[in-house]
Design a protein around this ligand. Sequence first.
Ligand code: TRP
Ligand code: ZN
Length: 882
Amino acid sequence: MKNSFSRAIHLRDYRAPAWWVDEVELDVSIADDGHAEVAATLSLRRNEAVPAAPLQLDGEALELLALAVDGRALPAPASFVRDGRLELADLPARCRLSTRVRIRPDLNTTLSGFYRSKDGYFTQCEAEGFRRITWFPDRPDVMSRYTVTLHANRERFPDLLANGNRVAEGEEEGGRHWARWVDPFPKPCYLFAMVAAKLDRLDDTFTTASGRTVDLAIYVEPGKLDQCGFAMHALKKSMRWDERRFGLELDLDRYMIVAVGDFNMGAMENKGLNIFNTKYVLARPDIATDVDYMNIDRVVAHEYFHNWTGNRVTCRDWFQLSLKEGLTVFRDQEYGSDEYSRAVQRIQEVRGLRAAQFPEDAGPMAHPIRPASYEEINNFYTATVYEKGAEVVRMIHTLLGEDGFRRGMDLYFERHDGQAVTCDDFVSAMQDASGVDLAQFRRWYEQAGTPRLGARTAFDAATGRWTLTLEQSNPETAYERRLQEEGLRFERGPLHIPVALGLLDAHGREILPTTVLSLTEASGRFEFDLSAHGLKAAPLPSLLRNFSAPVALDYQYGDSDLATLMAHDSDEFNRWEAGQRLATRLMLAGVAQVQAGSEAAVPDLFVDAFAAVLAKADADPAFAAEALTLPSEAWLGDQMTVIDPDAIHRVRTLFRRTLAERLRSQFEALLVRHEVAGAYAPEPAAMGRRALRNLALGYLMTLDDSALQLKALSQFRDADNMTDQFAAFSLLAHSDTPLREVALNEFYARWKDEALVVDKWLAVQATSPLSDARARVRELMVHEAFDLKNPNKVYALVRTFCAANPLHFHAADGSGYAYAAGVIRELDPVNPQVASRVARAFDRWRRFDDGRQAYARRALESIRDLPGLSADVAEVVGRALA
Ligand code: TRP
Ligand code: ZN
């Protein structure tokens, strides 16, 4: 057997390419039988900066028909191909290489490269899909100008699209037509896109800050034009925002978004021709929830922002992925904060980081935001690269301030526009523009793991001196252990951690406004002279305000301190955080009681603290909805040495029911007070009220009261928007009453023709706490609504069950694991990228008891032993078992 690292690619092996490709001419002809022929001519130029070397091109699933250099055909083209590479030696320093290949988009279930979906043909080239279209140096540091000619049947595929501008089109024999596109900007091949389809189009225009009018277009499945207005609105808002906040204007005459129902990820920023999962385009009040609207807003913005951070300045190699993703996520987060409530956005981001990234750091797939090695790059589109990457950019923003950060961005573009660069180049621009020393800060790019930040305080009432001692520790992760095995030496050291601090007095009044401390050593002492405040007792620290660093904070807050922070901290994030801390602590104590055989109890202090939040809920309903949401079962499990999913579920349910019993009238009053009048609009204020109201309904539904259940049923039936309908639907579908089947049947009957709503129907069943959840999920695999080839369906049903139903995925009898392994084995040959994402559900397996571990190991081994297992799944499963 191969050793498990034999496939690894290392950052230290990076070499500049020996050949540049200045121009690419592609001629793509889609035949009526579903295959396609791609003729490519590459204008090659030797890279004089590196020693001469043969030309190496990547290719996958290509049938090579012809090969020529400067017009002279080379006989036996296949003889130049070895191990997926086409190698040509002794080429003149400048030449034109032509290839002709046949590809099979109709048979391409991987959704990488060129593939068929319902309404036509689409591409996905990031990270390494372009090699499935033609022979090419498929690496992001090779940037070229593209001219693309598409040919297809006119009737079936009236829309022929590629990056840039359409410069010519015409008719052909046999009912066919063609169109030629030229992209004025050089780009790496991962940003290439083309579409041949029959779609409807929503047109609009936008006048940029400098007064240029550009054409905007969103292409969707025929009949869905009424579902793309919001995405267009979001696009225009994003364009304006990037002009205002970063001085960045669209550089194209035409910007297109194409929505496709079969897509591995959320969306793709191909230059001037974004391709989107329908999930992040289509919306109408009756089919999309507030959360869907918000996600569409953010994803449209994200892909648009990539036009500068990603496309104009791109990545030198895939180890630098966070250069574009971390920065672009930071930008879309800031956009969200400017558009909606800044505090609520921050809370949701941190909740997401803790739900996905902290466990990643704690598990077998741990890696820094710039990994030193990988086996399959598709496995590194992770919470670490994206979300922790954004946190790292945010810390730079915190250290430099808004003005310093903006100067850094300006310098970054001044230096690197049109280039493929590294994370170091980004940090250097930030440092040079601001004068802030970021030398030590760079460790965030190479060290994996969630640092622990310990804090101790001392107060001398006589002198008014208050001392804060901070200590960081950076526990070793699976990543360092692997690097060692790979023989890669590397030293860990203290990180530069910005710690935002505020101080409150005993009444909750602020005595020290937010101050950012820099912890750069393993431990640091910070002294404050508070004598002017005449404090009798020690001040109450509000640490890590706005979550100023992606760390786990250890500080011994007393329960009543947390209640004070919940009620009074001027930092909204920390008001929320204090509630989460208190709830986590008390719920974990409850879990310990349950494990010891007694019943858990909910302390009065906790009920009172939540009642106080509830009493102030009207002032900021969106915030209150977050503050009244208890920590998730997964989060509680992550805090335990050995995760006990049954006890956790039991305790969380008890806490929810107790709060509902004790605060029933308050929750009922919210239902009445926050009824939103008038037509649905995805506006922040109304969204907050709906969130709070539906949260209240959720608490009330724990009471098993038939009057309340009927209330939920009427909301489910009568709501004029999906937010309210779906909230009531999920509650009913998770309740052990006859209304459950009523709701499930009615919802499906009503929405079975709306694919994205069917996904919600599947996901709700996948997250059911009821005892038949796993059996139901298995049944749904053969339901007409399910399709293993469609990523949205797999994510909605399978991945949701595995990742968001800890109670049943981690069932003690191993049934959840066996089910997941079966699906992964079946899915791997169909779509390895999606199979690999599902397989990540096993990341936590060693955190459970021996019985569960034995089942999980067996499940993982059954995947590992699958003949022909993809590199994608092999890497994830290999690491899990290592
Ligand atoms: N670059 C895309 C983004 O905006 C991510 C992406 C889309 C992707 N499709 C993909 C990554 C397929 C890997 C494979 O974040
Ligand atoms: Zn992105």
